[in-house]
Design a protein around this ligand. Structure first.
Ligand code: AMP
Length: 221
């Protein structure tokens, strides 16, 4: 089977960003993150950015029409031999249905959906270890980077802090919202036999390699 276009689903902290980096580097995927694109639009105060900002500031989803138009434009710019990795989209069944139409109109095959499964406790552990530098903005993880709580930034000696949305209660709350949003999508893609589960708790390298095998159209085992 040829290389696949991909959607990656997974809770915050499941490793989506890490695997996306791996696929960009080793397989030349175009990483399309609607959250990143929207943040750039907000920072630039474009028409889209102004419309999206109200919703993002309220912690709500941006209306489907806006995000769907955005993805349609990005997809139209892709060359036929270039493969995409969608991250943060679709978030609703309406977006998933729109995506199927966009992809069909472009004559591309339907994407494979990779679901990175990670337990709640593991997410709390991973996100609870995340630290940001107050000076240079670098992001670390105490466990991955071998740092102790109280250490200073290895790059600039700035103070490292825990984001308020990485505290345990906030993490559990984000997970609950994520599950409510995502379950209908999991059902949608499972019914269409497009969904593959990947154990997000195996080693990072192993999980990236499994995702890459699936991306090449091989079996993930
Ligand atoms: P993310 O970085 O994926 O967590 O996205 C950050 C914010 O951007 C979300 O909280 C939403 O407000 C907005 N956003 C990103 N992707 C979507 C989407 N597919 N549908 C609606 N809103 C989105």
């Amino acid at each position: 089977m040829p290389q696949q276009d991909l959607i990656i689903l997974g809770a915050p902290g499941a490793g989506k960003g890490t695997h996306a980096e791996y696929l960009k580097k080793h397989m030349a995927y175009v990483h399309m993150s609607t959250g990143d694109i929207l943040r750039v639009a907000v920072a630039g105060q474009t028409e889209l950015g102004k419309q999206a900002q109200v919703h993002m500031d309220a912690g709500a989803l941006v209306p489907d029409e806006l995000v769907i138009d955005l993805v349609r434009e990005q997809m139209a710019e892709l060359g036929s031999g270039v493969h995409y990795l969608l991250d943060g989209f679709p978030r609703t069944v309406a977006q998933a249905e729109a995506l199927a139409g966009i992809v069909a109109a472009l004559g591309r095959p339907q994407p494979l959906v990779i679901y990175l499964a990670v337990s709640d406790e593991e997410v709390v552990h991973r996100l609870g270890g995340r630290r940001m530098c107050g000076s240079c903005g670098a992001i670390y993880n105490l466990y991955r980077d071998g740092l102790d709580a109280g250490d200073r930034c290895p790059a600039c000696a700035g103070e490292l802090y825990l984001r308020s949305d990485d505290r345990r209660e906030a993490i559990l709350n984000r997970l609950e919202v994520y599950k409510q949003q995502t379950q209908p999508l999991i059902d949608y893609y499972q019914q269409r036999r497009r969904l593959v589960n990947v154990d997000g708790e195996q080693g990072q390298q192993q999980a990236s390699e499994q995702v890459a095998r699936l991306a090449r159209g091989e079996s993930g085992d």
